[in-house]
Design a protein around this ligand. Sequence first.
Ligand SMILES: Cc1cc2nc3c(=O)[nH]c(=O)nc-3n(C[C@H](O)[C@H](O)[C@H](O)COP(=O)(O)OP(=O)(O)OC[C@H]3O[C@@H](n4cnc5c(N)ncnc54)[C@H](O)[C@@H]3O)c2cc1C
Length: 418
Amino acid sequence: MARSNTSVDVAVIGAGPYGLSLAAHLRARDVEHRIFGDPMGSWKRNMPPGMLLKSYPWASSLSDPRSEFALKTFCAERALAYHDELLPLSLSRFIEYGEAFQRRYVPVVERKTLVALEPSAGCFHATFDDGEIVHARRVVVAVGLHPFKRLPHQAAHLPADLCSHSGEYGSLQPLDGKEIIVVGSGSSASDLAALLYERGVSVSLVVRRPQLDFAGYPRPRTRFERITAPMNGIGHGWTLATCAKFPQLIRLLSKDLRVRLANIRALGPLGGAFMKDRVIGRVPVWLGRTLESIQTREGKVLLALMDASGAGHSMRADHVIFATGYKIDVGRLAFLNPTLLRQIRLVEGAPQLSAHYETSVPGLHFIGPAAANSFGPVCRFVYGTYHPAHHLARHLSAVLARFQPAPRMPSLDLEALP
Ligand SMILES: Cc1cc2nc3c(=O)[nH]c(=O)nc-3n(C[C@H](O)[C@H](O)[C@H](O)COP(=O)(O)OP(=O)(O)OC[C@H]3O[C@@H](n4cnc5c(N)ncnc54)[C@H](O)[C@@H]3O)c2cc1C
């Protein structure tokens, strides 16, 4: 039976790396909170088994309050193979690590979905899919990328059996025996193409760009390289190093610069280093092909494509997967009440955030990829969990303590008075 009308100081919506890290810090500071969502849910349900992480293992740790449970420690405790850079990190190992982190630091996660969030006097009413209504003084939204899948407008009319987004595959089994076209040039596209090919599925990759780029294989770097282009949690070079280390400084830049940095070209689209040899020379790749239109005929999908010379081409398949990324647009968060939505000041669809990750609606915070237009590209990576977990937990602990209602004096028991 669902409880109703309960109240809490902080409701954390989402139990991925960002929500779990924040909850671990809130717990350590004794801040009253509840966390909702499926622990590591996006990694279990929206990424294909066999995928390798693109981030270095040393930069793929969640943030715990004492910085004592990095991925490296998890692997050492279990005698699992680990290298900071030279060994790829598999999706399954990362999920195991995230779940171990959750059991250790966030033992209670409520596996339910927020369906409506409404402002109310001094708090928020959060309604969940089991009917519970929680009154929360602060709400932190950490729902990741999944609600923001981007599909080309030409695909809007296609039925789900002919077309999907790369973020819909926690298993590739439904694609067995089909003829598949993957559209895209980033790591999701090359990962899916390689993994499907290796399952024996007939797959082609269609790429708009003139070439398919992959990250370089990790290798020991010279002293000169380390000085001129230092490695950091999200890439190489001084710009990315500054973004990774000081996300709080990004907020002070102009809006245009912040948005440019959030989408910085150095971060892709780029295939993962360890996938290159599993794609090139194996999967048929059609480069420089722009999607013109899509039609369906006799249960198949027909793509009309144009190459760089302007010549038209058509391709036919049972199903097309668009690995065309994500675009943050809080208007697509169905749980946001329209009044609330209107009050959230936006930067290109993402919330404009204060130094405390707070939107223009007091008490409503966003962390994770939705914070990238304010705090820079590190928010798009697990490496970025450190700053919001430390900073926001400290901030919430301070403001909630300051505004605790004064303790009520026990009423005088007149009968007991002499
Ligand atoms: C294919 C792919 C590969 C990636 N590879 C890497 C990589 O190698 N390294 C890296 O650093 N980053 C990678 N990323 C980026 C990665 O998604 C983010 O770094 C990270 O997952 C963001 O964490 P998060 O906690 O914000 O969101 P997520 O991990 O997406 O978690 C979202 C959480 O929100 C919950 N949720 C959603 N809606 C609701 C709701 N209405 N009510 C309650 N709960 C809800 C979900 O159940 C889940 O628990 C990759 C992304 C993709 C798509």
